[in-house]
Design a protein around this ligand. Sequence first.
Ligand code: ASP
Length: 323
Amino acid sequence: MKKILIITTGGTIEMQPDSHGLSINPVSKVDISSIEALQDVEISVRKFLSLPSPHVTPEIMADLARELRAIEKSGEFDGVVVTHGTDTLEETAFMVDIYLEGTLPVVFTAAMRSSSELGVDGPRNIRSAVRVACTERQNLGVTIVLNDEIHAAGRVTKTCTSNVSSFDSPGYGPLGFVDDDRVIYHRLPIWRMNLPEGPLVLENRVGLVRTAAGFGHDVIDFLAGSGYRGIVVEAFGRGNVHPETADAIERAIKSEVIVIITSRCHEGRVLGVYSYPGGGKDLENRGVLSAGDMAGNKIRIFLMASLGRGLGKQEIEKLLSRL
Ligand code: ASP
């Protein structure tokens, strides 16, 4: 008998329609009737909070991560399923992933459609997530299960505003699938990002700037001038920016701000191959750190936790060096 805990946090999976649209009301809860027929599983349900996920802040994500770490240490459950809104799910799941030791299967799930819509996906997603939480896994880290696909927290992203197949891991694909008879894994990650052992404390003054043609430097100057301690820049292509943006980045670095470069491309690593002003090589020479192929929103979470832990630039660079 597997002991599985379902932790609910809000999202469309527990929303109801009112005369204006979908929202969470005081009696909202997740429908778990789809798992009643599952054999050999003992389910407990715990409400952690009930929010639309755009309202879930990094502090709330960290509270959840601490709670899950305590559950992991207690050994009380064989696995945990977390229901969450889809909008910020990838950030919460990643925060939990970098903080947990990895001995407890933690599976996030959600719904793209509410229970009032035709073709509701929540009940099936919960059942699939529970089945994944019950399977023996080899230190996969936190996973996300929607639409019968299993994705790694470090790679998954919401790709479509409305479709039930919205969650994908660009460039990598799912780890596996949930089929009618069993859960099947096709690939196992050989490595995942992890914080060094210690408490989860966040530095909130970490920004994310997505470059666009002719845009970026003003925002970087503003953040650096407002006391931000870290800035993640989603640069163009291989990790390049306009010369004015490069100058703003250099000013930020000179005022002790840690600047990490990612790409606004959906796939591929940033690398210093271009030496022209603002090119990736030029940025490296000006002191930026590179985050390989990680998404900007996830590296921001990682930088918040690294700075909150009191890590310095060299230690952060070392943690990013495997990317
Ligand atoms: N806006 C909703 C949320 O993230 C979307 C969803 O859950 O699918 O809470």
